[in-house]
Design a protein around this ligand. Structure first.
Ligand code: ZN
Length: 291
């Protein structure tokens, strides 16, 4: 089927109390493995890239390859641009065929965040069936997870979130709730579950209008994931986990087959490792059979 935007699949997920994995890919072989795992599990999927891999691979190339693969499958697949701080690049991706765009102006003050986010929303909504994710508060790197988690001012204020959604017209909100990018250094990351619950009640209690995104999925314990889904999270971003899996698989295979020089076998090995990591995520998110 044709690639889809994120809104409908995430509304269904929120209502059904499961979540959809949004996997950051850095190359096309890895993307294929992520898709294969979802096709086998009949799970909805969000493929995402950050700005650098999008530039490296080429916007038109990613769209062409993903659309060709998606046409052969029955599951809904969304193509999402992750954490883009540049309004112009957001628009370029929308022009190229991306179906969901994240404008991340969360480092700006509130007014500027609203202004930049609204500009992207207006552009994408006028262009076609393209949805937009905005961020409020600071989703930190893992280095400063503790400071951010302890400093309420950097987390997403629920009342302000309501104002942000209504002033920008975004389709999805990524509220900072203490999760962090990278690998957590503790087995108990400081996540503010109640804050997510409060935001969900303010935005989605009568009907689900604005699905909520959890950044920093890698390393979250399974019980945290379930609790975040229970609280209203429906899109989980997974990036570091896939990068580690890809690199580790290459290292393992090359270390064991130093004289082989067979790229096909190396690719296959790394794809299998990726698929098995993605299957773990599908299990934690409860998305199997939902497509
Ligand atoms: Zn993120």
């Amino acid at each position: 089927m044709a690639i889809v935007n994120a809104r409908e699949i995430l509304i269904r997920a929120t209502e059904g109390k499961y979540a959809v994995g949004a996997f950051n890919i850095t190359n096309l072989m890895q993307m294929q493995a992520v898709i294969d795992a979802h096709v086998e599990a009949r799970a909805p999927l969000i493929i995402q890239t950050s700005v650098s891999p999008a530039r490296l691979i080429g916007l038109d190339v990613i769209v062409a390859v993903l659309c060709a693969i998606a046409e052969r499958t029955e599951i809904p697949i969304c193509l999402h641009l992750d954490h883009c701080e540049d309004v112009v690049f957001c628009k370029r991706c929308a022009d190229a065929g991306w179906t969901n765009i994240m404008i991340d102006a969360s480092r700006q003050n509130f007014e500027e965040n609203v202004r930049m986010t609204r500009e992207v929303v207006e552009y994408c909504h006028a262009l076609g069936d393209i949805t937009v994710e905005g961020e409020l508060g600071t989703v930190s790197g893992v280095e400063d997870q503790v400071t951010v988690a302890e400093d309420e001012s950097q987390l997403c204020n629920p009342e302000q979130a309501q104002q942000f959604v209504s002033e920008t017209g975004i389709d999805l909100l990524a509220p900072a709730i203490g999760t962090a990018h990278g690998v957590y250094k503790t087995s108990e990351p400081k996540v503010d579950f109640e804050r997510l619950g409060r935001i969900a009640r303010l935005l989605n209690s009568e009907e689900v209008r604005t699905p909520l995104v959890v950044h920093g999925g890698t390393g979250l314990p399974a019980d945290h994931v379930s609790r975040l889904i229970e609280m209203g999270g429906s899109k989980f971003n997974v990036s570091t986990d896939l990068k580690h899996t890809w690199i580790d698989a290459h290292y393992e295979y090359i270390s064991a087959h130093r004289e082989e020089y067979n790229p096909g076998k190396l690719d296959k090995y790394s794809q299998e490792a990726t698929k098995s990591k993605v299957r773990e995520w599908i299990g934690m998110l409860g998305s199997a059979g939902k497509a």
